[in-house]
Design a protein around this ligand. Sequence first.
Ligand code: GLN
Length: 547
Amino acid sequence: MAKAKYVFVTGGVTSSLGKGIISASLGKLLQARGYKVTIQKLDPYINIDPGTLNPYEHGECYVTDDGAETDLDLGHYERFLNTPTSQANNITTGRIYNNVITKERKGEYLGKTVQVVPHITDEIKRNIFLLGESGEYDFVITEIGGCVGDIESLPFIEAVRQVKWDVGQNNSLVIHLTLIPYLKAAKELKTKPTQHSVKQLLEAGIQPDILVCRSEMKLPDDIRKKLALFCNVQYNSVIEALDAETIYDVPILMLKEKLAERVLTKLKISGKTEPDLHHWKDFLGKLKNPTDEVKIGLVGKYVELPDAYKSIAEAFIHAGAENECKVDLQWISSESINEENCHSVLNQFHGILVAPGFGERGIPGKITAVRYVRENNIPFFGICLGMQCAVIEFSRNVLNIKNAASTEFDENTKHPVIDLMEEQKKITNMGGTMRLGAYPCNLKKGSKTSSIYGKTKISERHRHRYEFNNKYLEKIEEAGLMASGINPDTGLVEVVELADHPWFVGTQYHPELKSTVLNPHPLFVRFVEAALYHSKKEQELVKIRTT
Ligand code: GLN
């Protein structure tokens, strides 16, 4: 295809309808027909990016290869499409205004009054077209965060209206994702909220082309007809989106509802209509027919909000399917773990992952958890802060450095086994100043980690300020915790592992950010395998004890 087509996904009635999953599913269905697709998210909040947001506010902050701190929907885009995203895929109101104000200060508006229309909307459009005009994509799918009618998303909606004119009829379309609630008392599905949200779009000058209707019940024909009539869309452009068992079912549900076919027809694209989804279906087959089950405990401090560890949870789904094994992932609050209860809390798990995080809260529980699994040969996986806790625990309890700590939670510790690098010490701004994005790492030949990856040169994504302090490297390695992954440019330790333990790996980077349906991350795959092995061993022991 010569020119990129622009597909917009707006949301109505309520948030949390799954615009990200619908966008990713449409992307998948187009990609499976051979088209090149990218998905972008426009977020209406004023923060420049979600990097400074507390996970309780906005869930996980997803980091791309180029070091952008982005919305967690970008994780879905990558997991579904298996193609990397970048800063260009996530733009916030804050970033738009920042760019416009910077231009204004430079005098680039030549004395004009700078206004929402056209200057802010032009900047929004520039960011949409940037992807389309790169020549890399046949489709740019742009998801507009928030709900139609929100004050803050108005400039984005106006930009969508303008793009429709700029690129012409057959080059853009709008999908409106909406909710059809079921009223139990009336035993009826209700279309009125959707009618109202479409009316709001119409007031902004946008006629949606396709309605995707989230519903707990199947949409009967008369409801589809009613929606088509009142919302001014074709009957076959009313798409039903039933609640799914897993997000990975959604592309298949959308295939059955012919979402991508409608998009292609409306954009006057003829050609291959049968998508090749055999990899996806293989994955679903394995996901839904597990032959084993393991119980994995995730020790973290944001456990009330599962979205805080979204990519880790998804990486376990990919790794579970790869092992044809159901992963029962349970969240354990690190604040609830102590010396007295760690056996009863942790012993029931076949593997423990100590999660990433920031600040002091819950650290003692994480360190206690590491000690317990290290001493009891339970598979352990530490990610970022989890790896740092493993280094602290090992220094304290194996090397006997009693007050070993990270300067993140004990600024004046005598033994900063985890510390800030010199360049980080000078930084005062919080936004975008961590070690972010992809960094190369060399794995030691013969290490467990290099055999897991099947190679020695890797690249993984980072998001942290503190690092393994190389002043302690020799001592720590001598005592048995091997620094098996090293950054070739800086010498920083990126991976640690224990040789005399069934599975004990800590990574300074975030492997979960690169696990996709097509490429489950090897560390997660092998961690689940180790947990499975542990559970089998346990079962054997129980058998021996009871016979
Ligand atoms: N708080 C730690 C640091 O900044 C770990 C960060 C993380 O787990 N992502 O280094």
